[in-house]
Design a protein around this ligand. Structure first.
Ligand code: HEC
Length: 200
């Protein structure tokens, strides 16, 4: 009697799993699953993906200290490397959002308009190994570790750069991070509404 009940329960569970798999396969094969990248993930999708990403980082990313001395020269090198490799998706140093800001799924965060707050080891690992199922590439085959640390150093210090780096920035792009922050404070620039599309 008990054995029959257990057998029926197991059969029921297997049947349920098979039906779910068949249904999922039908949804995919009949073309109901959207594949366009110009959409915004739902907040539930964001929550699940971000907590999985955080948990994976905690498990895999070594807590390394930045071995590259942080000087105006290395920060400027970081800014140049960022401009050449990353600004196309993450926004340019003239504080304009990337034209691709709504074109990947999930969208690329605009790293100058909303600077990172993560520790350096976290950012280094993200840049080096990329983020699976997103447009964020793993840069380890295109950039050296030293170059990735320089970009990390720059991105981590956008709001506390030494004067020499701010001058360099202003000379090249016509606006320094301080001037941008002043414009934001005066209400002349407001990116929060748009940027919220990139954040859950
Ligand atoms: C082709 C577009 C693309 C390029 C080029 C690109 N990224 Fe990304 N990046 C993304 C996307 C999309 C995400 C968001 C992934 C997600 O939501 O999990 C991302 C995420 C990140 C993050 C995580 C941000 C956070 O909130 O923790 C960092 C850091 C980052 N990128 C740095 C860089 C750097 C540095 C470069 C250049 C060396 C670069 N990316 C080049 C698309 C790109």
């Amino acid at each position: 009697m008990v054995i029959t009940t257990i057998r029926n329960l197991i059969l029921g569970a297997v049947g349920l799993v098979l039906t779910a798999l068949l249904l999922a396969s039908a949804i995919l094969q009949l073309g109901f699953f959207p594949t366009n990248a110009d959409a915004r993930p739902s907040s539930l999708e964001y929550k699940i993906a971000e907590s999985a990403l955080d948990a994976s980082m905690r498990r895999h990313a070594p807590h390394l200290a930045n071995p590259v001395a942080v000087t105006p020269d290395t920060l400027i090198e970081g800014a140049n490397l960022y401009t050449m490799n990353c600004s196309q998706c993450h926004g340019t140093l003239d504080f304009k959002p990337s034209p691709l800001e709504h074109s990947t799924y999930p969208p690329p965060p605009q790293l100058l308009l909303r600077p990172l707050t993560s520790p350096e080891w976290h950012t280094f690992y993200t840049i080096r190994t990329g983020i699976r199922y997103t447009a964020m590439p793993a840069w380890e085959n295109a950039l050296s570790d030293e170059q990735i640390w320089k970009i990390t150093g720059f991105l981590t210090r956008i709001e506390k750069l030494p004067p020499a780096v701010k001058d360099f920035w202003k000379n090249l792009y016509g606006i320094s991070p301080d001037a941008y922050q002043r414009q934001r404070a005066a209400g002349l620039r407001s990116r929060d509404e748009d940027l919220d599309h990139n954040q859950p």
